[in-house]
Write a protein that binds this ligand. Structure first.
Ligand code: ZN
Ligand code: ZN
Ligand code: FE
Length: 764
């Protein structure tokens, strides 16, 4: 007996366009003997399949299991239809009208199939630096508008040759509807120019000539996927040092691009998680512990005094070819001067990088959106994102509770991202940068407009930081016809951590960072909050201290050592402390400034406490980049040291942790001749112990057993490990960040979650 025919309508939501989903569906249906159709529309992919019920069941199972590598299926829904008696399977043309809900894919590293063709002398794309297919290549950074179609990308100016067009239109081909498809006959070309923009080499030999320049110790600006890199031979000290001077980047480590995992292993310790991240299609910079033995391969100026290296593997065909031609690891740092946004437009790059780069390796495929490299590290077998940008953006986070009205969250000031949210999706932007100058502000504003268009989100609710002077706050205040929601900085951190873990609280939130505007007008940054998405109470904090000179105290950690020592020794510091002798000239003046509360705002910042310890222990008195003192303090600490200093925890009302106790204990240990690595570790363990003790007090008071950890201080692996271990020993469930940065890059998501929760509360 012939079983009855069934027809099923299928809708697939998620990242399903521009990733080879329709040919995949076509192939799957045909292999199972099913008739029907598949197409793209504004919601994603729709299909209808007709055949025996069993085959359709198999089809639905395999749809998820065998989806193309870049596809991210969020939801599959089905409806029963009447069979039509159709006998073939067809791919329908795109339907661009209507509300836009399909998702734009992030950029993706060159796939294995393309790499094989790149290396095959018989292939027509042999050594072609722009080879790509539906499984790999540029996406977000070349898309000007949706639907994702070649005409709306920066490939629109390149007419496909007959060979490329044939592949593009063949459902059985890997390049079926691959929008950036191209070849040497019809696609973009390389050019090598000098610093003045004068051509040195054309497409035929630009790459070999560029590699030769790097090998000769020159600084090369190289156009990548989301912007320009500056590249030098990683083993060449003179080149790396010159790059530092020209970029005005004193100490902040450069990332190093290595040809493959084997090369990465020669330079650093990789665990399984780090290796997975390095080789993933997202291709972030991965922070890994470096081998001392590899010193010859990495010049001292690449990552001065750093026990870790930021490594990344090539992610475009151009990178692969260049690495192979240079034959050794190369520095790949962002193409900018100090803290400006990276250059991504050719003319802008030639202007801004003219005094940094000796030559430019460029091409004629425009970058539409700037996207910095993402940064990640492995913590306890977990992938932890520290900067979520190229390879991630604009993929949304699917969040539990629905947004009632569309939300725009403007983020913080440093490491800014913004977030647009609607329905169950939160679109966190690529890394915008430090919102401190006109150029970054312009990137922020243009970025918001772009996301609004791409995802068809018209925000009704706009969330912002409480700091009145942040440019992101001012941007929000200038918007007309929207409801503004101010979100306290540390509440946003905790809400971000909750969203990262699909939780909604209430929890004990520990928000430790450098700076955030407090409800009382002081600078917060060592906070214990009883928080849910909608609201919070400040339940505890580090005992506030003055910050003599305001921002100067951030740049000069020795000032924080001075105020913490003054708090630790109210009757005057005993003995002769090295930090004091090193800064003797200004010590008394700074102490007096703090005592008299002149230009000395109060702060409960954990970042400043770590700064004080770093200066006291002799790590450094002044910094050249954000967080430097704390990073170096972590690196000198002895991880085997188990003991920790004790801090008093005052439980009268607001719980207060007396950080000066830790500083006094460290000063006494130093005076007694204890080695600095032990002192640094005991300080870390002491802060961690105080966090655990405070959470214990709050558990008893509020009957809560879950702790959420957020804020930039939790980028400190040693500290975070100690806190997590201590909390677990004390029986807490601990939530930490993974998919979203714990630093201010995650603030926009937290703001959106808070605004969304308040919006729901208002309506309900
Ligand atoms: Zn490919
Ligand atoms: Zn072609
Ligand atoms: Fe923060």
């Amino acid at each position: 007996m012939v079983s009855e025919l069934v027809r099923t309508g299928i809708r697939v939501e998620g990242v399903v366009q521009g990733v080879g989903f329709r040919p995949f569906v076509y192939g799957l249906a045909v292999s199972l003997g099913l008739a029907g159709l598949v197409g793209n529309d504004v919601d994603g992919v729709f299909a209808e399949v007709e055949g025996e019920a069993e085959a359709i069941g198999k089809f639905l199972a395999l749809l998820r299991q065998q989806a193309p590598p870049l596809a991210r299926i969020e939801r599959v829904s089905t409806t029963a239809l009447s069979p039509t008696g159709q006998s073939d399977f067809v791919i329908e043309a795109s339907q661009p009208a209507g509300e836009r809900r399909a998702l734009v894919s992030p950029d993706s590293a060159t796939c294995a199939d393309c790499l094989r063709e790149l290396a095959d002398p018989a292939d027509r794309r042999y050594r072609y630096p722009f080879i790509n297919c539906t499984n790999c290549g540029p996406r977000f950074t070349i898309i000007r508008d949706v639907p994702y179609d070649r005409a709306l990308t920066t490939m629109s100016g390149f007419a496909m040759c007959a060979d490329c067009a044939a592949e593009y239109h063949d459902p059985a081909d890997r390049r079926f509807h691959a929008q950036p498809v191209c070849c040497p006959a019809c696609g973009p070309e390389l050019v090598l120019t000098d610093a003045a923009g004068k051509q040195l080499s054309g497409a035929a030999d630009a790459l070999a000539a560029a590699a030769e320049l790097i090998r000769a110790g020159q600084v090369l600006a190289v156009k990548g996927l989301g912007g320009y890199h500056l590249m030098v031979d990683a083993a060449n000290e003179a080149a790396a040092a010159a790059l530092r001077v020209r970029k005005h980047r004193e100490d902040k480590p450069f990332a190093v691009m290595v040809p493959d995992v084997a090369a990465a292993r020669r330079l650093a310790d990789l665990d399984e998680t780090a290796e997975q991240m390095l080789t993933s299609a997202r291709r972030p910079v991965v922070l890994v512990p470096r081998h001392a033995a590899a010193a010859g391969e990495v010049a001292p100026s690449v990552a001065p005094g750093n026990t870790h290296l930021g490594l990344l593997l090539p992610y475009t065909p151009l990178h692969h070819l260049l690495l192979a031609a240079v034959g050794r690891p190369i520095v790949a740092t962002s193409g900018n001067v100090s803290d400006e946004p990276i250059a991504y437009r050719d003319a802008d790059a030639l202007t801004r990088l003219a005094r940094i780069a000796d030559a430019f390796l460029m091409h004629d495929r425009a970058i539409h959106v700037r996207a910095d490299d993402s940064v990640a590290r492995a913590i306890g077998g977990r992938q932890v994102v520290l900067r979520r940008s190229r390879g991630h953006a604009p993929e949304p986070l699917r969040v539990g509770p629905e947004f009632r009205r569309p939300v725009l969250a403007c983020g913080a000031e440093l490491k800014n991202t913004f977030c647009l949210a609607k329905g169950n999706r939160a679109f966190i932007s690529h890394h915008i940068g430090d919102l401190e100058n006109a150029e970054t502000l312009a990137a922020f504003t243009a970025g918001i407009e772009h996301y609004r268009r791409l995802f068809d989100i018209e925000p009704r609710v706009v969330a912002h930081d409480l700091h009145p002077d942040y440019l992101s706050t001012k941007y929000a205040a200038d918007l007309a016809g929207v409801e503004l929601v101010g979100v306290q900085h540390h509440h946003a951190h905790i809400a971000s951590c909750l969203a990262d873990n699909d939780a909604d609280g209430p929890v004990i939130g520990v928000a430790f960072d450098g700076t955030g505007y407090g409800l009382d007008g002081t600078i917060w940054g060592g906070e214990f909050l009883i928080a849910s998405l909608a609201s919070f109470d400040r339940a505890g904090c580090l005992e506030p201290v003055p910050m003599p000179g305001g921002a100067a105290a951030i740049r000069q950690p020795w000032r924080m050592a001075a105020v913490y020592l003054a708090a630790a020794y109210p009757d005057g510091v005993a003995g002769n402390l090295a930090v004091r002798s090193r800064n003797n000239q200004n010590w008394a003046a700074v102490a007096k400034m703090a005592r008299r509360e002149i230009n000395s705002p109060l702060t409960s910042s954990a970042g400043r406490l770590f700064d004080a310890a770093a200066a006291l222990i002799g790590v450094r008195d002044t910094i050249n980049y954000e967080g430097q003192a704390a990073i170096e303090l972590e690196q000198i600490a002895d991880p085997a040291e188990r003991s920790g200093y004790q801090a008093a925890v005052g439980t009268d009302g607001l719980v207060r942790v007396r950080g000066s106790d830790l500083i006094r204990a460290a000063a006494e240990d130093l005076a007694a001749g204890t080695a600095r690595p032990a002192v640094a570790a005991r300080f870390h363990n002491g802060v961690a112990g105080a966090v655990v003790a405070t959470c214990g007090v709050l558990r008893d008071r509020h009957n809560l057993g879950v702790v959420a950890l957020s804020g930039g201080v939790f980028q400190n692996l040693l500290f975070t490990s100690a806190v997590v271990a201590g909390l677990r020993r004390a029986g807490f469930e601990v939530l930490t960040h993974g998919r979203v940065p714990c630093n201010d890059g995650g603030i926009s998501l937290g703001q959106a979650m808070v605004a969304g929760a308040r919006d729901r509360a208002l309506s309900g």
